[in-house]
Design a protein around this ligand. Sequence first.
Ligand code: 6PG
Length: 239
Amino acid sequence: MSATITVFDDAHGVAVGAADRIETYVRSHGGRTVTIGMAGGSTPAATYAELLERDIDWSRVYAWIGDERFVPPEHDDHNGSMVQRTLIDHTHATLFPVEWRDDASPRELAADYERALLEMLDADDEGPIVDILLAGIGPDGHTLSLFPGTDALEVLDRWYVANEVPQKNTWRLTATYALVSRAREVFVLVTGGGEKATALAHIMNGTLQPALPARRLMDHNDNVTWLVDRASAAELEIT
Ligand code: 6PG
């Protein structure tokens, strides 16, 4: 397990740091499409706003959704609509959202999206290839929609699945650790401190069994970079 953690003064610093890394990656892979799995929730909005200030050839960027809530696009909680509103509408990037169908089950939507991703992403003999995956963490140590104690944590023979999340009394759609393993870069954005500072300390120190879902990102990918603000790093023993 290996990872890089960088501590920034505040949430704006994390947004600048994340945008720097994304801009550098897109520039250094000129002449081809770059695929980015977008994070949901509230944290990444500052990064998406910062990206709008950068000189990026967005026509080469294909964005997809690392995890989605089981709600229609018009719902306030819909991650794809948040990404569309905060970034895609202001650039020439292409978004591949989860296509909602009123009559579809979570499993059907996840299977549809997995097929769409497999059509869109490059691949090699090992499976689809992701350039960048963005993610956050919750106070419970979840990441994407991989929540503690849920079935999707153990699914490694699928790339994208429906996941029942009893603690939220809902279903989610999420990339699996199998798809996480196919990312060339995973950038985890953590800001705000509080319970996330405690979760981050457990994630970095491995002090909880079973391991928190966000810690397990590092079991499946050797290129995980944690971009955290000082408040969220407050409980880390950084030497
Ligand atoms: C989601 C996210 C989820 C998120 C964390 C942090 O769909 O909710 O993908 O994993 O990254 O819950 O959320 P905040 O950024 O809102 O704290």
